[in-house]
Design a protein around this ligand. Structure first.
Ligand code: IMP
Ligand code: MG
Length: 186
């Protein structure tokens, strides 16, 4: 039994929402589009840790033009399960973004607070340009008006795990995106 079977055995995977093959197809398509846009330009992919680490690894390999990668870790504060809106940087990017066309690589946009803050912060450092590419978008949960430039998949309001996304740091290694079975679910 591998890790994923073990986790399925624990019954926390309600259903597979997006398969490995669906992710691969979309990542290849977006990688191709980004390669065309940034051909001949200094490109920096900025991954927001931790949730985007697998997406970053795949999208970077789907990009066929030169690019650099950088990492940033931000913390969103929650009161219970409700986001109270405070976002702080716990690990900053180690690159001068004014020399790059920046593409932020994010796992999921939920309330929009994290990305709105990160975009504001990076724009103030004068990148040559800035775009946001998110694996998942949950527009029905927005509390801040924020739209990514590219969303690979738009999903309704349910909690997802896998392909980098966690629940209490578990399930990030699932190769697909699954709906998480909450304790309140039957
Ligand atoms: P936002 O600031 O509310 O948009 O929060 C975005 C962050 O919340 C994401 O980067 C994730 O780390 C986390 N998040 C939101 N929804 C989910 C989910 O369904 N599964 C796992 N993490 C999530
Ligand atoms: Mg995240």
């Amino acid at each position: 039994m591998n890790n994923c079977d073990k986790m399925e055995y624990e019954g926390k995977i309600k259903r597979i929402a997006i398969t490995k093959e669906q992710i691969e197809q979309k990542v290849a398509k977006v990688g191709k589009e980004l390669s065309a846009i940034y051909d001949g330009k200094p490109l920096l992919l900025v991954s927001i840790l931790t949730g985007s680490f697998i997406f970053l690894a795949d999208i970077a390999r789907a990009i066929t033009v030169p690019c650099e990668v950088g990492f940033m870790r931000v913390k969103s504060y929650y009161e219970g399960t409700l986001s109270c809106g405070k976002v702080t940087v716990t690990m900053d990017l180690d690159r001068d973004v004014s020399k790059y066309h920046v593409v932020i690589i994010e796992d999921i946009i939920d309330t929009g607070r994290t990305l709105a803050e990160v975009v504001k912060m990076l724009k103030a450092r004068n990148p040559l340009s800035l775009k946001v590419v998110t694996l998942l978008d949950k527009p029905s949960r927005r509390v801040i008006d924020f739209s990514p430039d590219v969303a690979l998949f738009t999903i309704p309001d349910f909690f997802v795990i896998g392909y980098g996304l966690d629940c209490a740091e578990q399930y990030r290694n699932l190769p697909y995106i699954a709906e998480y079975r909450c304790d309140t679910d039957k």
